[in-house]
Design a protein around this ligand. Structure first.
Ligand code: WTA
Length: 638
């Protein structure tokens, strides 16, 4: 497979970028013409950022799985599509060629149909990182069902909230998932979620850990039994459903600064074109390269850059079930060595964590196949960048620092490996088709070098279409702060050459180990603890995680009142129960009051400074209703 739209020089990047701004419709139409369509579009783009509405490739008909599978079979049928590496190095890895993947996806698509799943239904996937997760995702897309993958670190309550919001009728899960030394009882968590949800018609359970599970008659079925059924019936491979360009492909929940997580909706055509285009260009993928993205498919990075981007490009994508430090901190490097990985895409938090083990885990590992390194999810600090560059890339591999968000579908700002220059800790230049701008506090655009809030002036093909079931929320969240612009929620700096450096979130969203966490959500969970009166959650710099979660809590319970550590454990258990283990506070400080303005709003700015240990710079506290609490909070700082 060749990529006529692959950019090969800095000069060519500049030309393409200019064309993408001057003639966006022709630019994207040319790229889109390299895909398999059942019917071509009537119009490339329709958009309105004021009354938010966007449509790409309107009128086109396609199925994304024909682009990820069918079209590769003739030439790449025997090429590995997925190389799967299990959690334990003692278990054998699995290789699925494009032929194998096609067979499994079309077969499981039949299983879904046999179980009553129809085009337009939403299906929740709560599985570990096994090939069956990728198969299930693609099987949904094959028949036009909307998948909503939930990361394994979310609680039963979070699952239930998502099932209700997505109005899901079907669930695909596993008995359990192996992650490092742990065995996460996925089906049992689903059972807990279903205590409060009564509209689920079928739960399909795939065997992985052989953890005993309860199977409810009429509702729960085994994946393996269902496969046998379609085999016995001798069903032909499921034909791909014809989808409209703007039919929803998936929903993925993500946290914002207020309220419950929102279901970000991506649609078929634009998402396909953009993830493919960015995969091929950012990583400079060449046929034959082995590509390894260490993300989980429960997050957007896994959707776009383990499944859809690489597979639509006919690439070989490595999928890893485990964690970087199991059984030891050399596991990533074992994988690179064993599978001859050429492109490695991971997160700064993993790099920092592995860095802390020193060079011992690197000994004897052959990393010479590596050509390109990538970073995603949070700002990469220079120390981590340098270690990655020297120790892993041996000074010869470009590092792509890819900035983007769940709502973006694909990478928006990044250098292109070996094509445009890298700059440590800078995401550098926008991809062709992406038109960023920096706004000041008053909503005026800053020209030239400067710093402010990062917005987008023009849509790209995989921009969020809506928040599931609540379009108004989508408009308010992304298009209200700067009318006529998409607001990212991030701050950024721009240098004289047009390079961008992302400075982090400017709203109440934390980035903990590359996971997005809403402070309001964590506060709501803490406040559900019986003894808690009120709480405020902020982030603070954390050496490995990037940011840690710092909670200030007013407690008036009597139970365990003489043992603060016990209360802390109870509060942590409450958060784990309500949201999941990924949102556990790192620090809990008990306080007698929270600094408030006269209108009763918590002054987070002050709490943030205290959590960051920047107590000499609290600024003016005279506007506070209760400035006396600030001294007490400072004294009690953890
Ligand atoms: C942050 C992950 C700096 C940013 C793909 C963004 C980054 C949020 C980078 C989105 C980067 C992501 N440099 N910050 N290269 N990449 N971020 O939705 O704050 O899980 O808004 O998508 O991660 O997180 P999300």
């Amino acid at each position: 497979m060749s990529y006529p739209y692959q950019i090969n020089s800095f000069e060519q990047y500049k030309e393409m970028y200019a064309r993408s701004v001057q003639q966006p419709q022709n630019f994207w139409a040319d790229i889109a013409s390299n895909f398999k369509w059942r019917r071509k579009w009537d119009k490339v783009l329709e958009w309105d950022f004021n009354n938010y509405n966007v449509a790409w490739f309107k009128g086109a008909k396609l199925n994304i799985t024909e682009n990820c599978l069918d079209r590769h079979l003739e030439k790449l049928g025997n090429k590995p599509a997925i190389i799967w590496e299990p959690n334990s190095p003692d278990e054998h890895h699995r290789i699925l060629t494009y032929n194998d993947l096609y067979q499994k996806v079309t077969q499981f698509a039949n299983v879904l149909k046999n179980n009553g799943v129809k085009k337009g239904d939403t299906i929740c996937l709560y599985m570990g990182m096994i090939p069956e997760l990728a198969i299930a995702v693609l099987a949904c897309a094959r028949i036009g069902a909307i998948h909503s993958v939930i990361f394994g670190g979310f609680s039963a309550k979070s699952i239930a909230d998502r099932l209700v919001n997505a109005n899901a009728k079907f669930i695909i899960t596993c008995d359990g998932a192996f992650r490092g030394g742990k065995d996460i009882p996925l089906k049992s968590l689903i059972d807990d979620a279903l205590e409060s949800v009564d509209f689920i018609e079928k739960v399909i359970v795939c065997t992985r850990t052989r953890t005993p599970v309860s199977m409810l008659k009429g509702r729960d079925v085994w994946w393996e039994d269902e496969i046998k059924k379609v085999e016995t019936l001798g069903m032909a491979p499921a034909v791909a459903e014809e989808m409209d360009a703007e039919d929803p492909l998936f929903i993925l929940y993500t946290s914002g600064s207020t309220g419950k997580p929102k279901g970000v909706v991506h649609t078929c055509a634009g998402y396909m074109v953009y993830t493919n285009y960015t995969f091929v260009n950012v990583f400079n993928y060449k046929q034959g390269d082995v590509y390894f993205c260490t993300a989980d498919i429960g997050w957007i990075t896994g959707h776009s850059y383990i499944v859809y981007g690489p597979l639509s490009a006919g690439a070989t994508t490595v999928m890893f079930e485990g964690i970087p430090t199991y059984p030891d901190a050399g596991r990533f490097w074992d994988l690179v060595d064993k599978h001859r990985v050429n492109i490695l895409y991971t997160a700064p938090t993993a790099i920092r964590s592995l860095m802390s083990y020193g060079e011992e885990p690197l000994k004897g590992k052959d990393l010479s196949t590596l050509k390109v390194l990538g970073s995603v999810g949070e700002p990469i600090n220079e120390e981590a960048w340098n270690w990655y560059h020297e120790k892993i890339g041996k000074g010869k591999c470009p590092i792509v620092d890819t900035w983007w968000q769940t709502e973006n579908g694909g990478i928006l700002i990044s250098n292109l490996a070996g094509v445009t220059p890298d700059k440590p800790s800078w995401a550098t230049l926008p991809l062709p088709g992406v038109q960023p701008c920096i706004m000041d506090e008053k909503g005026n655009e800053i020209e030239g070098p400067g710093q402010g809030n990062l917005c987008m002036k023009f849509p790209w093909p995989s921009i969020i279409r809506t928040t599931w079931g609540d379009h108004e929320r989508c408009k308010q969240t992304y298009f209200a702060a700067y009318p006529g612009h998409y607001f990212t929620g991030d701050g950024a700096m721009r240098d004289e050459n047009g390079n961008y450096k992302i400075t982090g979130r400017v709203d109440d969203v934390l980035n903990v180990s590359g996971h997005r966490i809403g402070t309001a959500e964590v506060e709501n969970a803490i406040n559900l603890h019986a003894g808690v009166v009120e709480s405020a959650v902020v982030g603070y710099p954390h050496e490995i995680k990037g940011q840690g979660i710092y909670a200030f809590v007013i407690y008036n319970g009597t139970h365990n009142a003489d043992d603060e550590n016990l209360i802390r454990k109870d509060i942590t258990a409450t958060v784990t129960r309500i949201i999941g283990p990924i949102s556990k506070p790192d620090k809990i400080q008990f306080v007698t009051g929270l600094p408030k303005t006269r209108s009763g709003k918590i002054m987070r700015r002050i709490l943030r400074k205290i959590a960051e240990n920047d107590v000499d710079n609290l600024g003016d506290t005279s506007a506070l209703l209760n400035s006396e609490v600030v001294e007490d909070i400072k004294k009690g700082k953890l």
